[in-house]
Design a protein around this ligand. Structure first.
Ligand code: ATP
Length: 476
């Protein structure tokens, strides 16, 4: 297996319609990306599998879809107005701006950067001789705090509206609805609320394709519990295990490309008792993929109780005299970052056993080894020729499979069959179904009537089977 370089992946994404640069016809808008026909299917599959694993399959979880715009007081309560800032450093020579902690992280590792105080950033850059990535000079101004929230205005007349924020995380929408959910869904502790939605951060140094962007999608869970009844350590371990199995078993990401990273004591927020990220081996090194579990104690609900004046306590149904503010465990996933990792992990360039192409070069194929559940197209129907009656029969099979499997089934009549197989390999379609004149009963040499050839993406092996058996064979 080869690991893809970022350039190889970006080029495949553009070529095949996974991800395009945003606003491209206007020269683009830096670090914005649009998901194309295949990208949207892939990302939707990942989001749906996440929802299935963490909401539908469980009796202790429910869903939510809160508004992006929230009362600005919510962001004061959460600490985002005061503290949601990164250390920005200016290069005095070329005036470019960077995230000081990330420059240090690249040279000295994530642990060193994570525990730095603001006033230590510039001295550390200078002491370690970390030069400006743009102009190569070593001339940093002292680091400043830069708030990452996007501010906008609500109201029709410019200047007269209220300042509001685009949410920098989905989590707070869950906290402010805690009472609503607890009362209307009749859930008992421990229970969790899950949400998928857009978040916005005015990142100082976005980049590495969709890894760090200013608009992205999160899949977050707040799992509420009574720490006296259920100690946090057990819940923490369970979420670590469930996150790991979602990434490896459900999405098929290779375990050797993943690792846990526990936050250092100094790195934890003052209210947090433990946080573990999962990191992925990206082409530029290990980077955070998601937070498997962050134990946030009762900090968030207590803050919202204080700032809103609303009682956020939960009454124990078995003992009405006992009221508590539940504690919370937060697993937090980035849908775009996970989609990127799934693509990088699936990418491969394989030699075709010494075969040569027309120019004499060794023949290779690019193949995306997506897990079948994740693949944007599950099946491709390929009529051997464009003959009308063969295409008609192929369309019948296409309609039958869509109906019976409720899956995305591609249909491709253009080019030689070999080229079409390559195209499907490149987009990661697990199975191709070739319809030929044998299928129609016109050429017994190609196969029996009402049979088709099914080709496997990974092994490239072909089997002949009855049309009536196809749906069961291809179900994922
Ligand atoms: P980082 O250290 O990379 O900035 P973070 O620790 O600030 O990330 P969290 O606040 O824990 O990130 O957000 C949870 C998840 O949301 C991350 O693990 C990541 O998958 C995703 N995420 C956060 N920021 C971005 C971003 N700017 N672009 C894309 N995904 C993001």
């Amino acid at each position: 297996m080869t690991n893809a370089s970022l350039d190889q992946l970006v080029s495949l994404c553009k070529r095949r319609g996974f991800v395009y640069p945003g606003s491209e016809i206007y020269g683009g808008l830096a670090n914005t990306w649009d998901y194309g026909p295949l990208g949207v299917e892939l990302k939707n599959n990942i989001k749906q599998l996440w929802w299935k694993e963490f909401v539908r399959k469980r009796t202790d979880m429910v869903g939510l879809d809160a508004a992006i715009l929230m009362n600005p007081k919510a962001w004061e309560a959460s600490g985002h107005v005061g503290n949601f800032a990164d250390p920005l450093v200016d290069c005095k020579a070329c005036k470019q701006r960077f995230r000081g902690d990330k420059l240090i992280e690249e040279k000295l590792g994530v642990e060193a950067a994570a525990i730095l105080k603001l006033e230590q950033v510039e001295p550390m850059l200078t002491a370690e001789k970390i030069t400006c990535p743009n102009c190569g000079k070593l001339d940093w101004a002292p680091a400043k705090k830069f708030n990452l929230m996007f501010k906008t205005q609500q109201g029709v007349i410019e200047g007269e509206g209220t300042d509001i924020y685009l949410r920098p995380e989905t989590a707070q929408g869950i906290f402010v609805n805690f009472k609503n959910v607890a009362m209307t869904s009749r859930m008992r502790l421990p229970f969790g609320v899950a949400q998928i939605g857009k978040a916005f951060r005015n990142e100082i140094t976005p980049g590495n394709f969709t890894f760090r962007t200013r608009e992205f999608e999160q899949m977050e869970i707040e799992y509420f519990f009574d720490p006296e009844a259920t100690p946090w350590e057990g819940i923490f371990e369970t979420w670590k295990k469930d996150t790991w199995s979602f990434l490896t078993e459900t999405l098929g990401i290779k375990a050797e490309n993943l690792r846990f990273r526990d936050h250092e004591k100094d790195e934890l927020s003052h209210y947090s008792k433990g946080t573990t990220d999962v990191e992925y081996k990206f082409p530029w090194g290990w980077g955070e993929l998601c937070a498997a579990a962050a134990y946030r104690t009762d900090f968030d609900l207590t803050q919202h109780q204080t700032f809103s004046g609303e009682d956020m306590q939960y009454s124990d149904p078995d003992d009405q005299t006992r009221k508590i503010i539940p504690h919370v465990m937060e697993p937090s996933f980035g849908a775009d970052r996970i989609t990127l990792a799934v693509m990088l992990d699936a990418y491969d360039e394989e030699s075709l056993g010494g075969a040569r192409d027309d120019s004499g070069k060794e023949d290779t194929r690019t193949v995306m080894h997506f897990a079948a559940k994740v693949a944007p197209m599950k099946i491709a129907i390929l009529p051997l020729s464009k003959k009308e009656h063969l295409v008609a029969k192929s369309k019948e099979i296409h309609a039958m499979l869509v109906e019976q499997l409720d899956a995305n089934v591609d249909f491709d009549v253009t080019g030689s069959i070999g080229k079409r197989y390559r195209r499907q390999d490149e987009i990661g379609t697990p199975k191709c179904v070739t319809v030929d004149f044998g299928t129609l009963g016109e050429d017994p040499a190609q196969g029996e009537t009402d049979t088709v050839t099914v080709r496997d993406r990974d092994t490239q092996q072909q089997v002949r089977m009855k049309i009536s058996e196809l749906a069961e064979y291809l179900r994922v």
